[in-house]
Design a binder for this molecule. Structure first.
Ligand code: AMP
Length: 402
């Protein structure tokens, strides 16, 4: 058991060793915060030189779904904290490791429940009795057709194990059922020849959607100001903080976020995704870790979502969350192969209040998020305008264009 309140010295017997499972851009920022607190950071991902590996003390390359290798690395590194950064992990192994005395952040049950849309949806809707979209889980095309009849159009189909819009379709009427089923089967993480489970969800005609970053720390559970965001093709494009909301809606959003996060338990930061319809809140999803829409807190808060996550899971208190400005983030996306160059960064960053994060990712076919433009402003509209100008000024040159 880690002793809360004590941090040892890196590369020594008493070092506070943290094993990151997944080394993307969010893990990179968590790694930076951990390094600031003197921790020893070991980053893992299925490919070498992933973003968090570029700032970690050392790394291991393997698939996070490979339970045997995951165990071998944990036994070799003996980390005080095992920190999942992605959903697709051998979570049963995490449950086992936790029983053996390792600390999983926030805990192994939260990682297992949120790895699969079915686990978390049933927990929130059926156990916690929190409002969600109407839903049915299906694992055959016949069951899907039946679910379409029951749910009515428009509806969404999503693979139970997928994220970032992969395999997700919005069906407005019955004519595209076959296509949506095939796409969902191809987009699910399980893949292969057998059918993977999908969720069919009634379409929620929300006014807007928010992320409530909620941190469970040794001194309590606290919500950051709401983050508004825009998603395209199931992936986030822009976010801003704070999202203007009615007092009633915000009170309910905080209540739901705290209930979900306290229901999952453990220490760390969670991204609770909610739909807002008038004053009513409908739960969508939760990540038991920093959230992509929360990158805006790098420009708005004294302790970003990454700093809050690190501080909370290390067992340290969060006496206050100070937001010093309104702000916005705009994702930088590109297609292609190889190592991109980012041209015109000088013009882009001549905008006052602007910041840039470049993740250090290679392109590997298909669209990839390579960076984020951040801005603070006196209003969220002004910040969005600045962040968009930064993003628009940067020309991403990919080797295939040469
Ligand atoms: P997800 O992968 O579940 O986070 O969904 C990605 C995005 O798709 C959400 O942020 C929403 O913008 C949209 N979406 C997902 N589910 C629904 C729903 N039931 N009704 C309306 N929009 C949805």
């Amino acid at each position: 058991m880690p002793s809360h309140g004590t941090i040892g010295t890196v590369f020594s017997q008493n070092a506070c060793r943290v094993l990151l499972l997944g080394s993307g851009e969010l893990g990179k920022e968590v790694a930076i915060e951990l390094k600031r607190l003197g921790c020893e950071v070991i980053a893992c991902d299925r490919y070498a030189n992933a973003p968090a590996m570029q700032v970690a003390d050392r790394s291991h390359v393997f698939s996070m779904l490979d339970a045997a290798t995951l165990r071998r690395v944990v036994e070799e590194e003996k980390p005080q904290y095992i920190v999942p950064e992605i959903e697709a992990i051998a979570t049963e192994e995490l449950v086992q490791l936790e029983q053996e005395g390792y600390t999983v952040v926030p805990n192994a049950r939260a990682a297992r429940l949120t790895m699969n849309r079915e686990g978390i949806r049933r927990f929130v809707a059926e156990e916690l009795q929190i409002p969600t979209s109407p839903y049915v889980f299906v694992d055959s095309k016949e069951a899907f057709e039946q679910a379409c009849k029951e749910t009515g159009f428009p509806l969404l189909i999503k693979p139970a194990m997928s994220s970032s819009g992969k395999g997700q379709s919005l069906l407005k009427k019955a004519d595209a059922i076959d296509q949506a089923w095939t796409y969902a089967q191809e987009g699910g993480r399980v893949g292969g020849t057998h059918h993977s489970t999908c969720i069919v969800e009634g379409f929620v005609d929300f006014d807007y959607e928010i992320t409530v970053l909620t941190v469970r720390a040794s001194n309590g559970t606290f919500c950051c100001d709401p983050i508004g965001h825009v998603q395209e093709d199931g992936d986030y494009r822009r976010s801003w903080q704070p999202m203007a909301m009615s007092e009633k809606a915000w009170a309910q959003a905080q209540e739901i976020s705290r209930t979900v996060v306290d229901g999952l338990g453990g220490y760390g930061l969670f991204g609770v995704e909610l739909f807002v319809c008038g004053d009513e809140i409908i739960f969508s999803e939760v990540s038991p870790r920093p959230h992509d829409t929360g990158m805006v807190t790098l420009a708005t808060q004294e302790l970003s979502e990454f700093a809050l996550h690190a501080r909370a899971f290390l067992g340290l208190p969060i006496p206050d969350i100070f937001r010093y400005s309104d702000g916005a983030s705009v994702a930088l996306l590109a297609n292609g192969e190889g190592a991109p160059s980012f041209n015109n960064c000088d013009t882009a960053l001549s905008q006052p209040g602007s910041q840039l994060r470049l993740f250090g990712k290679h392109l590997c076919g298909g669209q990839r998020r390579l960076g984020v433009a951040l801005a603070r402003g006196t209003t969220t509209d002004q910040a969005l305008d600045i962040a968009q100008k930064v993003a628009d000024s940067i020309h991403i040159e990919t080797p295939t264009e040469l």
